[in-house]
Design a protein around this ligand. Structure first.
Ligand SMILES: C[S@@+](CC[C@H](N)C(=O)[O-])C[C@H]1O[C@@H](n2cnc3c(N)ncnc32)[C@H](O)[C@@H]1O
Length: 261
């Protein structure tokens, strides 16, 4: 499950940002290192990429250099001014509209029916982050990565956040960690019921795809959610007990070859 080492011939994202002179991009320093850590395995294959939040287009320019083998890089922004942006790289496509509107959803998926990388750097409001995850994570490919940026907004009232609220983007993302451990819940809990705080007055989304989450990693203001790779077996697998000297407890020896499902 360890990330594949990045191709050492490729520049790091920090190096690319340090030498960038084109369209403006606005990212926090920490994110550059996190992306280098978690995107290594996506850099040398024909992946499809989506970023919500284009603004000046700088991040799309940088992502296109960072991911030389990507087949398509789709940016989505609600700001109509983004429609006028032009890119030298024909793989870059811009969709203008609210990421959670039906036409925008269709337009994004017309460019990229499924995604290997999906970054939510859009409105940063809790409601949009939750909705976007529910609408798009199901189309992330096996082994793909979904990232949410600027989660400090989850604690700020202006973005629908607050440490004491139960319906924020951070509360939702923390709930996803429970889905990683769903086989151990002990009590019958309908996954849909867990989504109730986030959808108080409307239909709740289908959480089936949440079963394929293998990890939820939090950094300062950033969350990285990984989807199970093709052929990867769900669960803990076999208990690996090795060695012969059990002078404190022989319990591990008795558990040899048991399987936790
Ligand atoms: C922080 S900026 C993106 C910065 C860019 N990714 C970068 O790294 O330079 C956020 C952008 O999200 C856009 N946005 C806000 N709400 C949105 C929505 N509902 N759907 C799509 N884009 C949205 C804003 O118009 C704004 O341009």
């Amino acid at each position: 499950m360890s990330a594949a080492p990045p191709d050492s011939r490729l520049p790091t994202l920090r190096e690319l940002y340090a030498s960038h002179e084109g369209k403006v991009s606005d990212k926090w320093s920490l994110y550059l290192d996190v992306y280098d850590r978690v995107f290594g395995r996506h850099r040398s294959g024909p992946i499809s990429f989506v970023e919500v939040g284009v603004q000046n287009g700088g991040s799309l320019e940088l992502w296109s250099r960072y991911l030389p083998e990507a087949t398509v890089l789709v940016g989505c922004d609600i700001d109509p001014k983004c429609a006028a942006l032009t890119f030298d790289d024909a793989r870059v496509k811009v969709v203008v509209g609210d990421v959670n509107s039906e036409p925008t959803y269709r337009a994004i998926r017309a460019h990229a029916p499924t995604f290997d990388v999906f970054i939510d750097d859009g409105s940063h409001t809790s409601r949009d982050i939750v909705l976007t995850f529910c609408n798009y994570f199901r189309h992330v490919n096996a082994g793909g990565t979904y990232v949410v940026e600027d989660l400090h907004c989850s604690y700020l009232a202006r973005w629908g956040g607050g440490i004491d609220r139960g319906d924020t983007s951070m509360e939702f993302l923390k709930l996803l960690a429970d889905f990683v451990n769903q086989p151990y819940w002990q009590r019958e809990r309908a996954p849909l019921a867990l989504l109730a705080p986030f959808f108080p007055s409307g239909a709740r989304p289908d959480p089936t795809a949440f079963r394929d989450i293998v990890s939820v990693t939090f950094y300062d203001s950033m969350c990285v959610v990984e989807k199970r790779a093709h052929g990867a077996v769900a669960g803990l697998g076999e208990r690996v007990v090795v060695g012969t000297d059990a002078s404190v407890s022989t319990d591990p020896l008795a558990r040899r070859s048991t399987r936790q499902s």
